[in-house]
Write a protein that binds this ligand. Structure first.
Ligand SMILES: [Zn+2]
Length: 477
């Protein structure tokens, strides 16, 4: 993500706490009387920042999302749309289940089948609770089909920023970091459960629906609606899925490294954003040199004429609000390795996304003959020690601190300082091994520290303690 660099509002704390507490759901323990073996999957994966994000007891392999969407008619606010979906979810039980949850918020499920048979279910504010009969044994695969729908609006996250299925006058901007996917499909909404996706999105004729991956066949138009087909086989965290809809101009080409590119740009934004997007091919070659082969089957950008206030590295298809500066284009592309292919194990690890993406822009700027990474580092370290820039614990910023400036800039400075500490050869070996070893899954700050020590052969505990865990300006390392 790029562009959200707000300070924490202390007044928001009380609201945040209420949100974090969430609606109470009775959780049956596996040992409950009458349920000697089968239990309920937990209502979250155990991420302390977002306790209801994701769910226990299931591992989703594939989402097939059949969406039917009509955006708001040109009318006064509020901007609303109508979304109807059928989500076909192939999952495996990771424990014996008599109930399990999916995350779903603001839309209403009307029918749930498991293994082709209708099942009992209930919905709370954030959770769709399904009671499969017969119960599901650990290790058993099941196809779960959820029919759902409702009115779409402009949802906001814990910080009050727009996210999820954000309705626009000509479509929708779909950007879901960290836990907004539940606003548009029933989902195991945490990066630790990556899945492949396919999409079939029907919109009014004349609009373009752009999802992740590659087009799966030509769009078809029948009776005033057009259906767009997308296939995204690379494992993907739910927050990186998109299905943005708009009045887009499509540009398809093949980059210098062989990656197929699919850009979708609002016709009013074809000026400077497109000029910067045209650097994508060169950037792919540059970042492959730093981090290893581009990890996915395609890339491209969506540039909308509305704004969520930031850009997001939606997997294989980065999303930009109105503008796309060269630095932001580089930032979101670098995220494809750092954040998308290797994703945070817990949201506290977000600096590994944003620090790497920011540092990638520093290196790209140097590569293009601008300021060196060293100059950017020196500039950052010129911030006075009493500035509140240094008050954040970068490796544990709290759920309201995910997108604070230090997560980006101190994260990048931490990486540059590590490079100075262990040398270029070891530093880039760390970067490439990181992508190779953890790509397709998630990794934590502890994993990163362990890898840096393994590759460099140095004891770096004190170094990382200063840079990542101490809310003060680093003075020596
Ligand atoms: Zn970012």
């Amino acid at each position: 993500m790029s562009g959200r660099r707000r300070l924490v509002l202390l007044a928001a704390g009380a609201t945040a706490l209420a949100l974090l507490t969430g609606p109470a759901l009775a959780v049956a323990e596996p040992g409950d009387p009458g349920s000697p073996r089968y239990g309920q999957g937990a209502d979250g994966v155990g991420d302390p920042y977002f306790p209801l994000a994701g769910n226990g007891g299931i591992d989703v392999l594939h989402y097939d999302l059949d969406l039917d969407y009509t955006p708001a008619p040109p009318a006064p606010a509020p901007v609303e749309g109508r979304l109807d979906g059928v989500a076909t979810i192939d999952l495996v039980a990771t424990q014996d289940l008599d109930r399990f949850n999916l995350d779903l918020r603001g839309l209403t499920a009307s029918r749930v089948t498991v293994g082709g048979k209708p099942m009992a279910f209930e919905q709370t504010e954030n959770e769709l609770v399904i009671s499969p009969r017969p119960k599901i044994k650990a290790g058993a695969p099941r196809r779960v089909v959820v029919t759902y729908g409702g009115t779409t609006t402009r949802p906001t996250d814990i910080e009050g920023a727009l996210y999820g299925w954000v309705t626009t006058r000509d479509g929708a901007m779909v950007v879901s970091e960290p836990d907004g996917s539940a606003t548009w499909f029933p989902v195991n909404d945490h990066p630790t459960d990556k899945s492949s996706y396919s999409f079939e999105i029907t919109v009014p004729e004349g609009l373009v629906a752009v999802a992740n991956g590659l087009p799966a066949g030509q769009p078809t138009t029948v009776d005033g609606t057009t259906t767009w087909y997308w296939d995204a086989p690379d494992p993907m965290a739910a927050y990186l899925a998109t299905a943005s809809v708009g009045d887009y101009v499509v540009n398809e080409y093949v980059a210098a490294n062989g990656t197929p590119i699919f850009d979708a740009v609002d016709p009013t934004r074809l000026g400077s954003p497109s000029a910067n997007l045209a650097l994508t091919s060169d950037m792919l070659v540059f970042f492959e040199g730093l981090y290893g082969p581009y990890p996915f089957i395609s890339y491209g950008a969506i540039v909308d004429d509305d704004s969520v206030g930031y850009a997001l590295e939606t997997q294989t298809r980065s999303f930009f609000s109105r503008t796309a500066s060269q630095g932001t284009v580089a930032h979101e592309l670098a995220h494809q390795w750092m954040g998308d292919h290797v994703s945070p194990h817990r949201w506290a690890d977000i600096w590994l996304n944003e620090g790497w993406a920011t540092y990638s822009t520093w290196m790209w700027t140097e590569h293009r003959g601008g300021d060196t990474a060293q100059a950017a580092f020196d500039d950052y370290l010129s911030i006075p020690a009493d500035d509140d820039e240094w008050d954040v614990v970068v490796a544990d910023p709290g759920p309201l601190g995910l997108f604070l400036n230090p997560i980006y800039d101190r994260g990048a400075a931490t990486l540059h300082a590590l490079r100075l500490e262990i040398g270029d050869a070891a530093f880039f070996e760390v970067a490439q091994t990181w992508v190779e070893r953890f790509g397709g899954g998630t990794a934590s700050t502890a994993d990163f520290i362990a890898l840096a020590q393994e590759v460099s052969g140095e004891d770096l505990e004190a170094f990382f303690d200063v840079w990542l865990f101490t809310p003060e300006k680093p003075v020596a390392w």
